[in-house]
Design a protein around this ligand. Structure first.
Ligand code: ADP
Length: 162
């Protein structure tokens, strides 16, 4: 049985994230999507509970995906969950250097696990949570960027914060 962890801020979930989740769910027996707080990023738009709830709604039709929250070291979380690997999404080359550095650090901290890179569909190569927030704050239409079942709540959440 293969269990992988897909960590991120997910503030909020986008179609890019969902594309990575669907691909990972086809490749592995179990995928745990874990909301992690990146203390280097500014305080987010959505609380971790809201982020977990939004993701949960989007993955309800994928039986081998679970959603969780963890505030700590990813390498520790992977140990606790006895995961085989971490899944990271890759967009453009710009993601690569940072992700590569993290993958090597995690391997140093926990030599037992691997990092697997998955790309989202080509349509989502440019997409990030920050882009969604920027467009929405300026009154743009983000319905193509986020899953339909959470679209309204995402717009409400971003407008409330802005
Ligand atoms: P962001 O706020 O930039 O969207 P997250 O921390 O929420 O980033 O992202 C979690 C993981 O998902 C990271 O590995 C990130 O590279 C990946 N990811 C995010 N958006 C995409 C996308 N559009 N295509 C591929 N991978 C993505």
């Amino acid at each position: 049985m293969t269990r992988v962890i897909y960590p991120g801020s997910f503030d909020p979930i986008t179609n890019g994230h969902l594309s990575v989740i669907r691909r990972a769910a086809k490749l592995f027996d179990e995928v745990i999507v874990v909301v992690m707080i990146n203390h280097k990023k500014p305080v987010g738009c959505f609380t971790h509970k809201e982020r977990v709830e939004l993701i949960t709604r989007c993955v309800k039709d994928i039986p081998n995906v679970r959603v969780d929250y963890y505030d700590g070291l990813l390498a520790e979380y992977a140990k606790i969950k006895e995961a085989n690997a971490i899944v990271k999404g890759l967009r453009a080359v710009s993601d690569f250097e940072h992700e590569f550095q993290q993958a090597l650090t995690n391997k140093e901290l926990n030599p037992d696990f691997e990092t697997v890179f998955v790309t989202a569909g080509a349509d989502y190569m440019y997409l990030s949570s920050s882009i969604v927030k920027q467009v929405c704050e300026l009154g743009g239409d983000v319905s193509k960027f986020v899953p339909p079942e959470v679209y309204e709540d995402i717009v409400k959440g971003i407008k409330k914060k802005g």
